[in-house]
Design a protein around this ligand. Structure first.
Ligand code: C2E
Ligand code: CA
Ligand code: CA
Ligand code: CA
Length: 377
């Protein structure tokens, strides 16, 4: 039941596990010096005689990949390694550790069970990230965040049936910063929780002012989903705006199902009880498993843009769309195709039974004022 090594800390199993990890580390880098830095992090100092650092790193990763048996628990852990070399990356312990840590950060971003050597560019990148992070902190307070709304077009009704709220950051110096850039940063720093709360309130407030009772979809990041306050925030946003819960759709992604499936399902059901709709975003990427669809009755599947791009290029893509729309229909779920850019894609999607389309072909995301003009004209 442990989600991470950090979860085991303070538990007798954690102490025993860390001893075993240290033991294996010692075995994997004979002649080296192993120390625990804290939490689930270790430092290894290798003399030049220990051989190629890359070889040692691979050997550490291979050894750690074998499951641990601790107090009757079978524990599988992943390892990420950052490497700094003396003297080129620093001659003092603090500088070497800092640079190894930057490389570790990169290695983790690449995915589990990998290693990276420190590169000078990592330092510059880390500084840029920190600067952006400081700015993002202020963005909310200074009112630099804004929601744009992209229409979803119903193929059956031939009209707009909903809007997806998408974050925009108008930075006074940097200009428009893309959510692809700042949402991941906000997730890492936890800022996504207050930002997401603001987005929910703002989306509900604006949707409540529309002259037609259209739905509004709001993206919920995994970090925000796991925060204890999401239910309360959704309730407050609905209450403050007076928006009918049935008009609010929360978009979540499959990444929530990587671990803790039980807890994820419980939270989804709790949200559903508030009367809001739940859509599965970016469907078909990453961790797709049909078992999620059986485990939770989503209101909608949003077919990822990558499938739509493929439509005109691969023969199999149309069959794939067909399979998804048939499955969704059989399970009583709607389908939205994302990233529709031309009429050819639209024609195929219509023929394959997709319910709604969203994409530049119909409209780009629009500022709230333009949405109002669109709805009142
Ligand atoms: P997403 O949820 O998959 O949103 C769809 C993205 O595709 C949007 O990018 C949209 O502008 C873009 N898009 C729509 N139609 C087309 C098209 O025809 N062609 C192409 N190439 N792109 C199209 P955007 O607005 O840059 O947002 C990127 C991502 O940032 C979103 O992907 C979502 O994951 C995240 N995001 C945006 N707003 C929020 C938010 O309020 N909260 C959270 N947690 N994440 C957000
Ligand atoms: Ca860690
Ligand atoms: Ca989305
Ligand atoms: Ca999407």
């Amino acid at each position: 039941n442990f989600k991470s090594v950090n979860d085991t800390l303070g538990h007798p199993t954690g102490d025993a596990l860390l001893c075993d990890v240290a033991q294996r580390l010692g075995d994997a880098c004979a002649g080296g010096f192993v120390a625990r830095l804290g939490g689930d992090e270790f430092a290894v100092i290798l003399p030049a005689a220990a051989g190629q650092p890359a070889r040692v790193a691979r050997s550490i990763i291979a050894r750690m990949a074998e499951p641990f048996n601790v107090n009757g628990h079978r524990i599988v852990i992943g390892t990420s390694i950052g490497i700094a070399l003396a003297p080129e990356d620093g001659t003092e312990a603090t500088a070497l550790l800092k640079n190894a840590d930057l490389a570790l950060y990169k290695a983790k971003n690449d995915g589990k069970n990998g290693f990276r050597f420190f590169e000078a560019a990592m330092d510059a990148e880390a500084q840029a990230r920190r600067a952006l992070e400081v700015d993002l902190h202020d963005a909310l307070v200074k009112g630099e965040l804004e929601l744009y709304f992209q229409p979803l077009f119903s193929l059956a009704q031939s009209r707009v049936c909903a809007f997806e709220a998408l974050l925009r950051w108008n930075h006074p110096v940097r200009g428009m910063v893309s959510p692809a850039q700042f949402v991941p940063l906000a997730e890492e720093t936890g800022l996504i929780v207050p930002i997401g709360e603001w987005a929910l309130h703002e989306a509900c407030r604006i949707a409540a002012s529309w002259p037609r009772e259209l739905r509004v979809a709001v993206n919920i990041s995994a970090v925000q989903f796991r925060s204890a306050t999401l239910n309360t925030v959704v309730l407050q946003a609905l209450a403050a705006s007076g928006l009918d819960p049935a008009r609010l759709e929360l978009e979540i992604t499959e990444s929530l199902f990587i671990d803790n499936v039980e807890a994820t399902l419980a939270s989804l059901h709790a949200l559903r009880r508030l009367g809001v709709r739940i859509a599965l975003d970016d469907f078909g990427t990453g961790y797709s498993s049909l078992s999620y669809l059986r485990a939770f009755p989503f209101d909608k599947l949003k077919i990822d843009r990558s499938f739509i791009v493929d439509l005109l290029e691969h023969d199999g893509a149309t069959a794939m769309i067909r399979a998804i729309t048939s499955l969704a229909e059989a399970l009583g779920m709607e389908t939205t195709a994302e990233g529709v850019e031309n009429i050819d894609q639209l024609d195929i999607l219509r023929a394959q039974g997709c319910n709604t389309i969203q994409g530049f072909y119909f409209s780009r995301p629009l500022p709230a004022g333009e949405v109002m003009r669109l709805l009142t004209r």
